[in-house]
Design a protein around this ligand. Structure first.
Ligand code: A5P
Length: 233
């Protein structure tokens, strides 16, 4: 089974198991989470789900919701009021304590606001994303105010990380996020304490968000190449 099919199965499984009518739902970003968004759209169209309001975590997800007719809100709308029943998202890495690295798709800032505001967080990943230590094979993404670029890179170095501005592929220059900022990916040479590092990165002026998600322990659905899905709680 190819990896796209595994991601589709994961998206469907998460929605079928955890989404109920009337929920305020955080909708993640990326090539896995998009399948959960599509499943919500499908079930709304069928009428087997009703009364859902979704908070999209990126322009990718916003556009998909609009195309599928999923009612969308911001975290600040009165009927969301800063809290969600459930958020479903992908991840780049998950460790043995179900802590995650996110932000490969550049949407980490809103993804974290949404995940941390949800009563339940469900992460959907294919098995190769399970790792022993976060941040070794995947650099930790950070979203940084443009004016803070060089001070932030110096601050990352003081924490043992090498920061690299993420460059755009079909545009010259840096990737500019949905929020108008740049992304700096921070590579660590050896294992670090992700709980402590999430805090340290959050304290650097101009660093608006980082891709370490350690303060919520999600339910993780892990997809195997054969299509089997395991739930980690
Ligand atoms: C988006 O910013 C990310 O956090 C994604 O959720 C993460 O990169 C996983 O994406 P894929 O499902 O595309 O691998």
């Amino acid at each position: 089974m190819d990896v796209t099919e595994v991601k589709r199965l994961l998206g469907c499984a998460a929605v079928d198991a955890y989404v109920r009518s009337g929920m305020r739902l955080g909708l993640g970003t990326g090539s896995t989470a998009i399948w959960a968004v599509r499943r919500v759209g499908e079930l709304l169209k069928q009428g087997s789900l009703t009364g859902i309001v979704g908070v999209p975590t990126s322009s990718q997800t916003l556009m998909e919701c609009q195309a599928l007719g999923i009612p969308i809100r911001s975290m600040n709308d009165p009927d969301i009021a800063g809290g969600l029943d459930l958020a479903i998202d992908g991840a780049d890495e998950v460790d043995g304590e179900r802590r995650c690295t996110k932000g490969g798709g550049g949407a980490l800032l809103i993804e974290k606001i949404v995940a941390y505001a949800a009563r339940r967080f469900v992460v959907i990943v294919d098995r190769p994303k399970l790792v022993r230590d976060l941040g070794l094979s995947f650099a930790i993404p950070t979203e940084v105010l443009r004016e803070a670029r060089e001070p932030a890179i110096r601050a990352f170095a003081a924490l043992g990380g090498r920061g690299e501005v993420r460059m755009a592929v079909r545009k010259m220059g840096a990737v500019i996020t949905d929020n108008g900022n740049i992304l700096i990916d921070v590579k660590f040479a050896g294992p670090m304490d992700p709980v402590q590092m999430e805090k340290e990165l959050s304290l650097i002026p101009g660093v608006l968000g980082n891709g370490l998600f350690t303060r919520v322990r999600p339910t993780v659905l892990v997809g195997d190449a054969g299509g089997k899905i395991e739930t980690l709680n």
